[in-house]
Design a protein around this ligand. Structure first.
Ligand SMILES: Nc1nc2c(c(=O)[nH]1)N[C@H]1C(S)=C(S)[C@@H](COP(=O)(O)OP(=O)(O)OC[C@H]3O[C@@H](n4cnc5c(=O)[nH]c(N)nc54)[C@H](O)[C@@H]3O)O[C@H]1N2
Ligand SMILES: Nc1nc2c(c(=O)[nH]1)N[C@H]1C(S)=C(S)[C@@H](COP(=O)(O)OP(=O)(O)OC[C@H]3O[C@@H](n4cnc5c(=O)[nH]c(N)nc54)[C@H](O)[C@@H]3O)O[C@H]1N2
Ligand code: SF4
Ligand SMILES: [Mo]
Length: 694
């Protein structure tokens, strides 16, 4: 390119598992090379703002460690790159299909478990694997690693996954960020909050067990113990009802059992909640008054606080707040958990729904450790899992109970094919590794959770090296496995086009030409002024647990409450661990890029200085955290933005980043949160002691 030439700018969409789903402008240097990535200025949600790690995406796309060719493992399971040798795509696909067919012949189709998650959020590349699954009647996957607890908790009250448009924050006088850390995990929320601060002097309140980057910017930080949000919300409602801050007319018109709720909450006093949350009763009263007094209060609800055994109950309790205050009625008021319910996407073609057989075995993905090590709770009376295709996820690092996950992947009788961009800890356990394209190298369609735009993208550059899209792998394996569906005969673009039209939207070319389609419902719908998404249109204080979950829904509290089923600290395990996301990583992605590594430094445990002093732990000391599941060694960081007895390790680092090679999820239980399952990443009791210093 001549020195004075401007690079071409191409529209794209960030595919990572992040509610922001940013509209991007990507500099194309040549057919194989990108330059800077910027947020689209003319998208009213992205508004030119993206996170630092994606602005430097060239580091990831052009990383020297990108997988270049298919590989066959010749070393031990878990070995490094030296234990793999390059093979052709034809051979890699043939070997994988042969292994699947042999496994099926021996044990039946359910012995094969296609395992996927949201490494890309593109609907075709993410979910097309289900078409192969259904066509072959392979084991099904219950998706629980991220949002089942939060979804169940929200829908138990509001009935449908949608809420107030974040762009409405410009009319808010107060924003409550409850149980999420958008400075790290969803930077655009902070952009809209700072606009509200600038325009209207809006206040920010953060509810989080530790002083996150978001809490640092808050006017008030409510620093509770993890897993106690239900208690806090109940006491707030008690105070609002007691002190005349509840909107009784709203409750009569829009909620199911206002009187029952009030009677039930009579015993949920600030003093009661103070015991549970570790806050003072006065802090709770003050927060309730501050919340109840401001009509235009936007409650932005995160995922983080739902990753506990009582996470669904806590979500439901928090979602009751605006139904008591009546904030839903005001511009800039109300709540948002996610907007995924607005797009009306018809997934049938993508997932091959016509081939779905509900009698095939369903396995909880968060219990991959127990499932791979033969737990009959997970396998039922079906066969062991002896063959897997893994796409868009890195379970050896990100799933609970990682010792068991590793033990499972290490089994000699398990064949694994991993389709990846990098040689992750999971890919290292594979028999066959296939190189995957990034979003800049394939087509897809995206819907956002944090805003209201549907986006369609085309490749900006050619596939790097021999990388191929997920859709290619689905179609090529289908051919070899005798799986038939018209979706395997179509291009991605044809699938996108047909899916959009079947969903009542314009076709692929049209949406692509517009860059995005804003699907925001009108004000009244967003604010549920015509009724909620429940059968009777009312908000349900009496949670619809049997409707939203099938795993012991009867265990759920009938009305909002503190559900005391968490892994409470005890004499042998005096600390509660929060394993929160790190700012410069996205789950396990970006752990390979130099600027992210540099910013994160090393895995550390943040703990209260008084706790450190009692255990004679100084800054930088190596300490070991342990419980019945295993032990993890990290460096200590005394930190006063946390209650005593609570500790935080930001993640998700590769296992090898820890002294001893055991990652943080070693300590996380594979227990299922009721009533729908869900991983409990922030619900862990541990002991801590000084480790031998390196
Ligand atoms: N300790 C702790 N653990 C957690 C969490 C936590 O907060 N704390 N959060 C949990 C949550 S919410 C989630 S969602 C999970 C997510 O965990 P993962 O599913 O592992 O998430 P990612 O790192 O986003 O993506 C996984 C892989 O997908 C690959 N990938 C990306 N695009 C493509 C593609 O187009 N094709 C293919 N074949 N591969 C692709 C990436 O290279 C990456 O290695 O982690 C969970 N684990
Ligand atoms: N940089 C970065 N961005 C990410 C990710 C990442 O790993 N890194 N992951 C992506 C994914 S997959 C998802 S699902 C989203 C999640 O995005 P968010 O909705 O923001 O949720 P988290 O950031 O997981 O929430 C973490 C926060 O929850 C707090 N928390 C933990 N337990 C409790 C509790 O009991 N009560 C309260 N009130 N707070 C609690 C933690 O201390 C932490 O600050 O982020 C996405 N974006
Ligand atoms: S904020 Fe989230 S969606 Fe936006 S660029 Fe960063 S990772 Fe992607
Ligand atoms: Mo997630």
């Amino acid at each position: 390119m001549p020195l004075d030439a401007q690079p071409e700018i191409h529209h794209s969409t960030c595919p990572h598992d992040c509610p922001s789903c940013c509209a991007l402008e990507v500099e194309k240097i040549d057919s194989h090379t990108i330059g800077r990535v910027r947020g689209a200025k003319d998208n009213s949600y992205t508004d030119g703002v993206i996170c630092a790690k994606v602005a430097r995406y060239a580091e990831r796309v052009h990383h020297p460690d990108r997988l270049k060719t298919p590989l066959r493992r010749v070393g031990e399971k878990g070995c490094g790159p030296e234990g793999f040798e390059p093979i052709s795509w034809e051979d890699a696909l043939d070997l994988t299909a042969d292994a699947f067919l042999r496994a099926e012949e021996k044990y039946g189709a359910e012995t094969v478990w296609p395992y996927q998650y949201a490494g890309t959020m593109g609907l075709v590349q993410r979910d097309g694997i289900h078409r192969l699954r259904h066509a072959k009647k392979y084991s099904r996957q219950h998706d629980t690693i991220c949002s089942s607890l939060s979804n169940a908790g929200w829908r138990a009250g509001a009935g449908v996954n949608r809420g107030v448009d974040c762009r409405e924050m410009e009319h808010s006088d107060q924003i409550i960020m409850w149980g999420g850390n958008p400075v790290s995990t969803q930077v655009n929320v902070m952009h809209h909050i700072s606009q509200a601060k600038k325009n209207r002097g809006a206040k920010l309140v953060v509810v989080d067990p530790y002083r996150t980057g978001t809490a640092e910017q808050a006017d008030l930080h409510v620093m509770l113990r993890p897993g106690t949000d239900g208690a806090l919300a109940c006491a707030m409602m008690h105070v609002m009802l007691r002190d005349g801050l509840a909107d009784r007319a709203y409750m009569v018109k829009f909620t199911d059992v206002p009187e029952e709720l009030e009677a039930h909450l009579a015993g949920r006093t600030p003093e009661w909640a103070a015991e549970i949350t570790g806050l003072s009763a006065q802090e709770i009263v003050d927060f309730a008054h501050q919340y109840g007094n401001v009509d235009r209060t936007f409650l932005r609800i995160g995922y983080g606080f739902t990753r506990s055994r009582n996470g669904a109950a806590n979500m439901h309790a928090v979602s009751c707040l605006p139904a008591v205050s009546g904030h839903w009625q005001y511009r800039g008021g109300g709540a948002l958990f996610t907007q995924y319910g607005i797009y009306n996407i018809d997934f049938r073609l993508i997932v091959g729904a016509d081939l779905l057989d509900r009698d095939t075995r369903l396995i909880d993905m968060s219990r991959i450790g127990p499932a791979l090590t033969g737990d009959t709770y997970d396998l039922g009376d079906g066969p062991p899992i002896t063959a897997m295709l893994v796409q868009n996820t890195n379970p050896v690092v990100v799933a609970p109970d990682s010792n068991k996950v590793r033990e499972g992947f290490a089994r000699d009788d398990l064949f694994v094919c991993v389709h990846e961009q990098f040689l992750t800890d999971t890919a290292r356990m594979a028999d066959i590794v296939l190189p995957a394209t990034t979003f800049l190298e394939h087509h897809d369609i995206y819907m956002a959770g944090g805003h209201t735009h549907l986006q369609v993208t085309k490749p900006v550059i050619e596939p790097q090296h021999e990388a191929r899209p997920n859709h290619h792998v689905h179609c090529e394996l289908a051919k070899r496995l005798g799986a038939e569906h018209r979706g395997f005969e179509m291009t991605e673009w044809e699938i996108i086009d047909e899916t959009l039209r079947a969903s009542g939207h314009p076709g692929a070319d049209e949406v692509h030409a517009m860059h995005w389609l804003d699907c925001a419902p009108d004000f009244s719908t967003q604010h549920f002024l015509g009724g909620f998404g429940t059968d009777d249109g009312k908000f349900h204080f009496r949670g619809d647990w049997a409707k939203v979950g099938f795993l012991e829904p009867e265990r759920m509290p009938p009305l909002p409450d503190h559900m005391n089923v968490i892994d409470n600290a005890d004499d042998d395990h005096p600390f509660r661990l929060v394993a929160a996301p790190a700012r410069s990583y996205l789950n396990s992605s970006f752990t390979e890029t130099p600027t992210s590594q540099k910013r994160e430094g090393r895995p550390e445990v943040m703990m209260h200085p008084v706790d450190c002093a009692e255990l004679e732990i100084a800054r930088g000391d190596l300490v070991t955290l342990g419980n019945g599941q295993g032990e993890v060694t990290v460096h200590a960081r005394p930190f006063d933005g946390i209650q005593r007895g609570v500790v935080v390790v930001e993640s998700i680092w590769p296992n090898t980043a820890f002294a001893g090679g055991r990652g943080i999820n070693t300590l996380i239980s594979a227990d299922q949160g009721p009533p729908l399952g869900g991983a409990v990443f922030h619900d862990t009791k541990v002991w801590i002691k000084l480790a031998p210093q390196a």
